[in-house]
Design a protein around this ligand. Structure first.
Ligand code: COA
Length: 254
C-alpha cells in the first residue's frame, strides 16, 4: 500500500501521508517512499511546489512510529535515523518549494519534517513540539539545528528542553509557522510561489538556506553566485519584457 496520496494541480502537488490510524507516524516504509517522491520531483521540472500534509484531522505527523521503533534493534534505529536525516535533507535541498500544511499534531519528527519545508501553514487546531527529551532521546532529524536557526536560540532551547507543545497561535507568534489557515491557504501560498520564475525561486531558496550559517561577507559572495545563475536565463529577459509591456510574465524555467 502506498504511504502517500498524491494529487496534482498544475505545478503544485499535494502529498498526504496516508496513515491516519497511526497518526501519520514516520515508519521505515513512509520515509523510503518520501525519498522516492522527493527524487522524482527534484529530477523533473514540472512540479514546482509541494504541499505536504497528513490524512485525517488529528495529526500532521506524530513523529517516529513508536510501535515500529519498539521492534527495532539499536543498529536498526541508527540506520532508520540516518535514512530519515538524508531524506529530510534531500527535501530541503530540492529546487522544489515545500509548504507544510500542519493539519493537527506535529510532534518530534513531525515538527522536524515541517522544519525541512520552506514554508509552514498551521490549521487552528495544530499543535507542534519537539517532545523527544520527554521520551529519553533528543531530536534526531535536525530539530536541534533547524529550530534555533528558525526561531532563535532562546526560544528553541525553551521548546526543546521543556518538550512543551505549542498551539498554532503560539507557533505563529514564535515564527515557527508562517500563518494559521486552511489547506486551501497552503495551496494558494504554493501557487503564489509558482507565479515566479522557477530558476530565480530555486536560487533564492538556496541562497537563504546556504547563507544562514555563514559570516556576512561569505554569505554576500554566496548571494552573488546564486544571482549569477539567473543572469543568463530567458526568464530574466521575459521579466524585463513583461514589465515594459505592462503584462504578466510567462516564465518557462529557462
Ligand atoms: N507512533 C505509532 N503510533 C502512534 C503514534 C506514534 N508516534 N502516535 C499515535 N499513534 C497511534 C496510537 O498508538 C493509537 O493507536 P491504537 O489505536 O492502535 O491504540 C493511534 O495512533 C491513535 O492515537 P491516540 O493517542 O489515541 O490519538 P489522539 O488523536 O488522541 O492523539 C497524538 C494523537 C499524536 C497527540 C498522540 O498519539 C501522541 O501524543 N503521540 C505521541 C507523539 C510523540 O510524542 N511523538 C514523538 C516521537 S519522538
Amino acid at each position: 500500500m502506498p504511504e502517500f496520496l498524491i494529487e496534482a494541480t498544475e505545478a503544485v502537488e499535494t502529498w498526504t501521508i496516508d496513515g491516519a490510524a497511526r497518526r501519520n507516524a514516520l515508519s521505515k516504509a513512509m520515509v523510503r517512499e518520501l525519498r522516492g517522491h522527493v527524487e522524482r520531483v527534484s529530477s523533473g521540472r514540472s512540479v514546482r511546489a509541494v504541499v505536504l500534509t497528513g490524512a485525517g484531522d488529528k495529526a500532521f505527523c506524530a513523529g517516529a512510529d513508536l510501535k515500529e521503533r519498539a521492534t527495532m534493534s539499536e543498529p536498526e534505529v541508527r540506520e532508520f535515523l540516518s535514512a530519515m536525516r538524508e531524506t529530510f535533507r534531500s527535501l530541503e535541498k530540492s529546487d522544489c518549494v515545500f509548504v507544510a500544511f500542519i493539519n493537527g499534531a506535529a510532534f518530534g519528527g513531525g515538527t522536524e519534517l515541517s522544519l525541512c519545508c520552506d514554508l509552514r501553514v498551521a490549521a487552528p487546531t495544530a499543535e507542534l513540539g519537539l517532545t523527544e527529551v520527554s521520551l529519553g532521546i533528543i531530536p534526531g532529524a535536525g530539530g536541534t539545528q533547524r529550530l534555533p536557526r528558525l526561531i532563535g536560540l532562546g526560544a528553541a532551547k525553551e521548546l526543546i528542553l521543556t518538550a512543551r507543545r505549542v498551539s498554532a497561535t503560539e507557533a505563529l507568534g514564535l515564527g515557527l509557522v508562517n500563518r494559521v489557515g486552511t489547506l486551501d491557504d497552503a495551496r494558494a501560498l504554493a501557487q503564489q510561489v509558482c507565479q515566479n520564475a522557477p530558476i530565480a525561486v530555486g536560487a533564492a531558496k538556496h541562497a537563504i538556506d546556504e547563507g544562514a550559517a555563514l559570516g556576512l561577507d561569505e554569505a554576500l559572495a554566496l548571494e552573488q553566485r546564486h544571482y549569477a545563475t539567473t543572469l543568463g536565463t530567458a526568464d530574466r529577459l521575459e521579466g524585463l519584457a513583461a514589465f515594459a509591456q505592462k503584462r504578466k510574465p510567462a516564465f518557462r524555467g529557462e
